[in-house]
Design a protein around this ligand. Structure first.
Ligand code: ADP
Length: 445
């Protein structure tokens, strides 16, 4: 019987605990319109503080009412400070519950604090500035997340104290000195707390970065194993069949399949190595590169593959383009990836145009094709590692999904930009913008 009672009491307590917890979560929940998780977390922390302050000040008020003589209450500075603290906390809580703008809430709290200091300073007799400052500072200290804002507010508080002393005029020097020393120590403490909080914040960000890097690595490994598996499976099957047939035609076909897949694998490895090399040497040697001669050489490299698809090449280069600041070998690689894609994604009898023009101080190099175009869904993804559109995925033409990642990395390394415009079924334009003037910070060879 006794045991049953204990168990039912335990159950009842657990239920109560759960309900109280659910109620607490509901009361401190910020508006759902805040979509940044970090701001949401901060707004929730503020609500928790306010939800503790509001009933605490209420209890203090009740105690004050109970113990102080009624006629003295309206002139008691402690009483008015507590009312002010209660009202400000309630107001900020309500605003923080209904608006999704946390920055506004922060500044509202600061404004209330400053007004409270001034009202208290001018209305109390004798003035007790320190009480309202204590209420305000503890709130602001937990709210201000930037070191700069915290230091600024602390300085403003000390200045306000001195201004206040000057305004009331008859504050004895030794009391003012004590107050300034006391206030400065409080401000120093708040700056220290803010600094500690920033350190914690930085740690948290670092952890988030490490988690993101880990996720990227995991995704790379998954993509890599997936992308290596398909050609390896074809090589495996072809080698198996090759060993079991005497038909010279079938043998030739299988050998060719093996050859194609081995080339594809080696291209993938080359691209991966290229990306890792680019990451390892983020500051390549820069020279002045003549884009005209570079493009002319590239066109020759693609002559054979273009003729195979009967593609027409239009060359529309500006006369005497200014040299660009780049690493010649890298730039050649990046442009070659763009032309290779243009050839790959343009059907037979289409055309490819190479164009250069000057846009302010940047030289624009455009590779325009009349190919399949890029769908709206693929648009944000094409520069991602290993991303391949459906058409590329189903084709066996050695697409690795790394070409555009490499091109963009190279172009951005020299402070250039790469832009894309595309219409499905009509074609795509890849525009590379490169600086033509010499930045002071880089050394030319
Ligand atoms: P891939 O080796 O697959 O060509 P890229 O990184 O060079 O890898 O390109 C990523 C994807 O972007 C391609 O799979 C393709 O879907 C799309 N793409 C790139 N260039 C073009 C283009 N000129 N026309 C149409 N689609 C393109």
């Amino acid at each position: 019987m006794n045991r049953q009672r204990i168990e039912s009491a335990q159950y009842w307590l657990a239920r109560m605990g759960q309900r109280l917890h659910a109620l607490w979560e509901k009361v401190v929940q910020p508006p759902n319109s805040i979509d940044d998780p970090e701001t949401m977390r901060r707004a929730r922390v503020l609500n928790r503080i306010l939800v503790i302050i509001i009933p605490t000040t209420l209890v203090i008020l009740v105690v004050q009412l109970a113990v102080s003589p009624i006629e003295k209450l309206p002139i008691s500075t402690t009483f008015s400070s507590v009312i002010m603290g209660f009202a400000s906390a309630l107001l900020v809580y309500i605003v923080n519950r209904i608006t999704g703008n946390f920055r506004f809430v922060s500044y509202l709290l600061i404004a209330i604090g400053i007004v409270a200091i001034l009202v208290n300073a001018f209305s109390s007799d004798p003035p007790h500035l320190e009480i309202s400052l204590l209420v305000l500072l503890s709130l602001c200290g937990t709210l201000l997340f930037s070191m700069w804002e915290t230091i600024l507010l602390c300085a403003v508080n000390i200045i306000l104290l001195v201004v206040f002393a000057a305004v009331i005029g008859d504050m004895p020097d030794d009391i003012l000195k004590d107050l300034v020393v006391y206030m400065s120590l409080v401000q120093l403490f708040i700056v220290f707390v803010a600094y500690q909080r920033n350190v914690l914040e930085a740690d948290r960000q670092q952890l988030a970065l490490a988690a993101a890097n880990h996720e990227l690595l995991t995704r790379l490994i998954t993509d890599l194993s997936h992308d290596f598996r398909t050609p390896l499976a074809i090589v495996n099957t072809s080698a198996y069949l090759l060993a079991r047939t005497d038909d010279p035609l079938a043998r030739e076909e299988k050998a060719e399949q093996i050859n194609v897949q081995v080339q594809r694998l080696s291209k993938m490895l080359d691209d991966i190595l290229m990306l890792s090399r680019l990451d390892a040497t983020p500051d390549p040697t820069l020279t002045l590169v003549d884009v005209d001669s570079l493009l002319t050489n590239l066109v020759q490299d693609f002559q054979y593959s273009m003729e195979r698809k009967n593609l027409h090449m239009n060359i529309d280069l500006m006369s005497k383009p200014p040299p660009v600041i780049a690493n010649r070998a890298n730039l050649q690689r990046a442009l070659s990836k763009l032309i290779e894609n243009a050839v790959q994604y343009t059907s037979e009898n289409g055309s490819i145009t190479l164009r250069t023009r000057l846009i302010v101080t940047m030289l624009a190099i455009e590779v325009v094709d009349t190919g399949i175009g890029i769908s709206q869904d693929d648009f944000p993804l094409i520069f991602e590692y290993f991303f391949r559109g459906d058409k590329a995925r189903s084709s066996d033409e050695g697409s690795t999904g790394l070409g555009l990642s490499i091109a963009r990395r190279i172009i951005e390394m020299v402070d250039g930009k790469i832009e894309v415009e595309s219409v499905v079924g009509k074609g795509s334009t890849f525009r590379v913008l490169l600086p033509t003037n010499i930045p002071h910070t880089r050394r030319l060879h």
